[in-house]
Ligand binder design. Structure first.
Ligand code: 5GP
Ligand code: MN
Length: 343
């Protein structure tokens, strides 16, 4: 949380026409991109010179967001990225709790001299890496926290349609279209304010969710019918996609987004996993409904983390080895995974 004196310091700082770089995490999702763009539009309005920097490519279905084409990708423009980071007076860290979530960018950001400001909703923020922290784990999304931050700066009236669309993208994607992390009245109060400044929620939903290529839809069908394993006694389902599966369906960044949610639609399943072979590693996506914490599981056993009901991880094992290990690891959670959602 920001103290009153920190808020005053930040107000002053952000009104001094600084050089600012906004960063967010590897494999950027809607909240990473939305928060980055919302902050960008706000800081530009204040008169700063602002750059947006992400470690790698984001899904095409976010490219309708105004100025998303100005986002610098570290894996494409590393020299330029290093220059802007070196010259930055301020670096924003949005939607990640620890610098290692920046991948190859982590060390560079760590060694820069600019003031570091964290705005994030993940568990256990790495406080020591930042000069200012607005961290709140109960908030739906970093997008929502950007709204809070701008309000705390006394600038709520600067939130226009463009900023609103970017914030809304963060909220709608991180709540799975208001289906999880969405039980706080504040989320709806903010959303209602966004609609009031002209955000078209219906259109944004279509732009994000109704843009499948034929290959993407067929990959989803294949994943569910051919690559899903259900472990009834563990109330768990997993889907795995090999490199050659992804190649067969001409995988594009973002094509596996959402796949992990489908197994949770079975009443008997409380945890779902997607294992995908990407960049010569296995990427894991975990989702749960109810009390089971996939964050704890991902942290303890799969080099990852995230939130209680949505987390990620990675491993260098092969798919068969990982599935075997998973089955063994989950034996320790048999009881924790056995519950039924009731009102
Ligand atoms: P996804 O499964 O959509 O990639 O990620 C779900 C959530 O877990 C997101 O909030 C994301 O930021 C977080 N997450 C994904 N991968 C990792 C990881 O490797 N480490 C940590 N700490 N968090 C992750
Ligand atoms: Mn987020």
């Amino acid at each position: 949380m920001l103290t009153d004196s920190e808020i005053l310091e930040l107000k002053k700082l952000l009104n001094q026409k600084n050089k600012i770089v906004i960063t967010s995490h590897t494999n950027p999702d809607g909240d990473a991109i939305g928060s980055t763009l919302a902050m960008y539009h706000y800081l530009v309005k204040l008169g700063n010179s602002v750059e947006m920097l992400l470690p790698n490519k984001f899904p095409e279905f976010y490219s309708w967001l105004p100025d998303s084409d100005k986002i610098v990708l570290y894996d494409k423009s590393s020299k330029y990225a290093q220059t802007i980071l070196k010259e930055a007076d301020i670096i924003f860290s949005l939607d990640y709790n620890a610098l290692h979530r920046l991948g190859a960018l982590a060390e560079i950001v760590k060694n820069t001299s600019g003031k570091k400001i964290l705005i994030d909703h993940h568990i256990d923020p790495e406080y020591e890496s930042f000069d200012y922290c607005l961290s709140d784990v109960v908030t739906s999304s970093t997008g929502e926290l950007i709204f809070d931050f701008i309000s705390k700066m006394g600038d709520e009236e600067l939130i226009d349609k463009k900023i609103g669309e970017a914030i809304y993208t963060g909220i709608v994607t991180d709540t799975g279209s208001f289906s999880f992390s969405c039980n706080r009245p504040e989320t709806y109060i903010i959303t209602s304010k966004l609609v009031s400044v002209g955000v078209d929620a219906q259109k944004i939903h279509k732009l994000i969710y109704d843009t499948f290529s034929e290959n993407r839809l067929r990959l989803l069908g294949y994943a569910i019918s051919e690559r899903m394993i259900v472990w009834e006694e563990l109330h768990t389902a997993l889907i795995y996609l090999t490199k050659s599966d992804l190649k067969k369906y001409n995988y594009q960044v973002g094509d596996t987004e959402g796949v992990v949610n489908y197994p949770l639609s079975m009443d008997k399943v409380n945890m779902s996993l997607l294992i995908s072979e990407k960049d010569n590693q296995l990427r894991l996506s975990f989702r749960s409904k109810g009390d089971f914490s996939v964050n704890d599981l991902a942290r303890k056993h799969f080099n990852g983390g995230g939130h209680k009901n949505a987390a990620g991880g990675k491993t260098n094992e092969d798919i068969d080895g990982l599935i075997e290990r998973l089955k063994t690891v989950l034996q320790d959670y048999v009881q924790e995974l056995n519950y039924k959602i009731t009102l």
